[in-house]
Design a binder for this molecule. Structure first.
Ligand code: ADP
Ligand code: ZN
Length: 717
């Protein structure tokens, strides 16, 4: 079957994957040759495998240094579920338990040992390691989250500094350092602090092609709720800045029947860890959190990360949004943006006593605002922050999918700049805009600015449009702004060129707000989705039985593959990505059983052209007396979807009492309209009625009529 001597064969055998991800093979080969390694890879790139596979292929023990106890437990559980000998030692264990794990190690049953840095450097542990080296052998030290060693990084840990002692004590044993965040400065610092010797140095691209980036103007809670409801059953994180906001939002969602939990540093440790566990185990799909939530969250199937408030800086945004889609499956990162946030942050920056600090803060703020308000590819903006050039046209961000049109706004620019000049370059954009729009504010009248020739000449544009212009002029360098905190606008030579009609001004204007329309599902896709849900439930049950997180059993991508290919034998099941030898023997049976049952059931359904499972489910609940809103809430679907189900089953000829949904007199009106224009076009039917009639109501009544016709025809046959 496999050529057992290749690295790919081991990859399949131990982890069930067919191919290496970019960079993995090179790093693994370097590690196998005993070289030091420094690997910088973004979240989700697959760093762990780079030290795990060499550990499995070499005789002896690999020691993994990892900063967080929760993370260790996670990785060890996942490895064990792949049938790999792994364990950890940390302060949470009793002396006895630690002893028994050491015995296991000496028996050669363990390939990977996870430890916290503070433990690693105790005298007793070092003595233990000496014995391991002498009796078995030490294959290497893997340092996870290696940026913690550097004060220049964002997460410095003094214990990490001490790791250089390992070099003194074990000069011959290779060290493998891994991290997801590293500026050039931090990279050099890691090499220096850990005393890596001519390390094989890999820097992967920070582009995460599977993540969709979008910025939406924030309109309020309803919009957020809608975005969540459009993603039924998906795991997601919603980030806010303040604890108060987190608590409020989580409560609101709960009251609305959306299963969400809060997480922030103000909750006690027990609650935090409970909420985190429930999220990881798929008991609760949504976490509302401050940035305290993140590091140590290994959950690979987070399908969306929403920022409900402006992130502090662009690097923070990249890291936080990057918690989505670690499994490389599609995931969405949406920033709900309001300019008010930026003003608030600015206010706080102004309170900072230190000038240098202020300048850095301003720069960081400008970078996130540029991202949020920018009209070029979101990836290009982000990656340029990491010094990476990205050509744009990524096809997976809002700006690339729906580029905003460029318009000539030279005349508006002239009005604006001339108003700046007439106000003697002493005011900020907001004041200039008020003058242009003819505001009657006291301040303007007192200064006599209502007498200026530019007063009121900008009423044809909204304040927002003028702000857009002002920002664009600033970004394009067509006007200057003081940085003393007051942001007074000043004309520069380019401004004068515009005023003298020597220069055109083009700006990108926001496109019409569009909603991503999801193509209506084909029967095949719908079938796969149903099976996917069943497999998810099975996965959850098996996980609960073993107190594991569901993703440790199979990744979403594996379930998706199963639901599309429907492997009905163990041989076929072995071909599923993520199914290695251990998983095949452990989970092959139950999964194949569910898939077979599903396939049989579905075949019968299709033949009879009866309601699909999902329609039937809705129908059953409706007949039990549930309202549409209740069904929608219970099934995590939109009410419009439930209404469609009902119209569809009506058309199939199933009798439902719709009087509760459409009062009889309204049914009559709709029937009358259909008699006039036919039942083909919903729009035409609605045009015959007044605006109070919804498409949902029309579809229902049309469903009743079509259902009746159908029964009559069948009666004739
Ligand atoms: P990182 O530590 O770099 O954030 P992980 O090591 O947690 O990433 O890996 C992210 C996910 O990708 C995990 O679910 C892992 O099993 C999976 N993965 C790693 N390597 C591969 C591969 N070669 N093919 C498919 N999936 C992989
Ligand atoms: Zn793009």
């Amino acid at each position: 079957m496999y050529q057992l001597n290749t690295l790919e064969a081991s990859l399949k055998q131990f982890f069930g994957y067919d191919q290496f991800r970019p960079g993995q093979r090179t790093i693994i080969e370097a590690a196998l040759q005993g070289q030091d390694v420094l690997a910088i890879m973004p979240t989700g790139a697959g760093k762990s495998l780079c030290f795990q596979l060499p550990a499995l292929l070499k005789p002896g023990l690999t020691v993994v240094v990892s900063p967080l106890i929760a993370l260790m437990q996670d990785q060890v559980d996942a490895l064990r579920d792949n049938g790999i000998g792994a364990t950890f030692l940390n302060s949470s264990l009793s002396l006895e338990e630690a002893r028994s794990r050491q015995t296991e190690i000496f028996q050669g049953r363990i390939k990977l040992l996870y430890v916290a840095p503070e433990r690693l450097l105790t005298v007793s542990f070092l003595n233990f390691l000496d014995q391991v080296r002498d009796r078995l052998s030490l294959t290497g030290f893997a340092i996870d989250e290696a940026h913690c060693v550097s004060e220049w990084g964002h997460d410095f840990r003094p214990e990490y500094r001490q790791l250089s002692q390992l070099r003194d004590r074990y000069p011959q044993i290779p060290m493998f350092a891994f991290t997801a965040t590293a500026t050039e400065r931090v990279q050099q610092d890691i090499i220096h602090q850990l005393r890596l010797q001519q390390p094989s140095h890999h820097v992967a691209s920070f582009n995460r092609p599977n993540l969709y980036y979008e910025v939406r103007p924030r309109e309020g809670y309803g919009q957020l709720r809608q975005a969540i409801l459009e993603r039924p059953g998906q795991s997601g994180i919603i980030y806010c800045i303040s604890r108060k906001r987190v608590d409020e939002l989580a409560l609101k969602l709960q009251t609305d029947g959306i299963n969400a939990l809060p997480y922030h540093a103000g909750l006690n440790a027990e609650t935090r860890s409970e909420h985190q566990t429930r999220f990881i185990r798929d008991d609760v799909p949504i976490i509302v959190a401050t940035i305290a939530f993140g590091m140590g969250i290994n959950k690979p199937d987070v399908r969306f990360v929403f920022h409900y408030e402006l992130p502090r800086n662009l690097e923070g945004y990249y890291q936080e949004s990057g918690r989505a889609g670690r499994d490389n499956e599609p995931a969405s990162c949406i920033l709900f943006y309001s300019r008010g946030d930026a003003n608030k942050v600015e206010y706080f920056i102004r309170q900072k006593p230190d000038e240098q600090e202020q300048r850095i803060a301003y720069q960081q703020l400008n970078q996130v605002v540029d991202y949020a308000e920018g009209s070029s590819c979101r990836r290009t903006i982000q990656l340029s922050y990491f010094g990476e050039e990205f050509p744009g046209s990524c096809a997976n961000c809002d700006n690339c999918q729906n580029p905003s049109p460029i318009e000539d706004w030279t005349i508006e620019a002239q009005k604006f700049l001339s108003c700046v000049a007439r106000c003697r370059e002493q005011f900020g954009a907001k004041y200039i805009i008020d003058v242009l729009r003819g505001s009657k504010q006291k301040r303007i009248l007192q200064k006599g600015h209502d007498q200026l020739s530019t007063y009121g000449i900008g009423k044809d544009r909204t304040a927002d449009q003028w702000q857009l212009l002002a920002r664009s002029l600033r970004h394009q360098g067509f006007v200057d702004e003081t940085t003393d905190g007051y942001r007074v606008l000043r004309l520069n030579p380019l401004s004068w060129e515009i005023l003298k009609q020597q220069r055109q001004v083009e700006i990108r204007v926001p496109r019409q707000a569009t909603t991503q329309t999801t193509a209506s599902a084909t029967p095949r896709a719908e079938q796969a989705q149903l099976l996917f849900e069943q497999l998810r439930q099975l996965r959850k049950r098996l996980a609960d039985e073993q107190s594991l997180a569901p993703y440790m059993i199979f990744a979403d991508s594996s379930l998706r593959f199963m639901s599309q290919q429907q492997p009905k034998t163990l041989e076929a099941f072995a071909q599923v990505p993520g199914v290695g030898a251990a998983k095949l023997s452990r989970y092959g049976e139950p999964f194949v059983t569910v898939i077979r049952a599903f396939a049989q059931q579905y075949r019968r359904r299709v033949n009879r052209s009866h309601p699909s499972d999902t329609q039937q489910f809705t129908l059953d609940l409706y007949r039990q007396g549930c309202t549409v809103a209740e069904i929608a809430a219970q099934r995590d679907l939109r009410q419009t979807t439930i209404m469609s189900h009902l119209s569809e089953v009506l058309e199939m000829g199933h009798a439902i009492d719709v009087d509760a949904l459409v009062p009889p007199e309204r049914q009559e009106k709709i029937t009358g309209a259909i008699a006039q224009v036919g039942d083909f076009s919903l729009t035409e039917i609605r045009n015959k009625l007044d605006e109070s009639y919804t498409y949902g109501e029309i579809r229902l009544v049309r469903g009743v009529l079509r259902g009746q016709q159908r029964s009559e025809q069948q009666g004739k046959i």
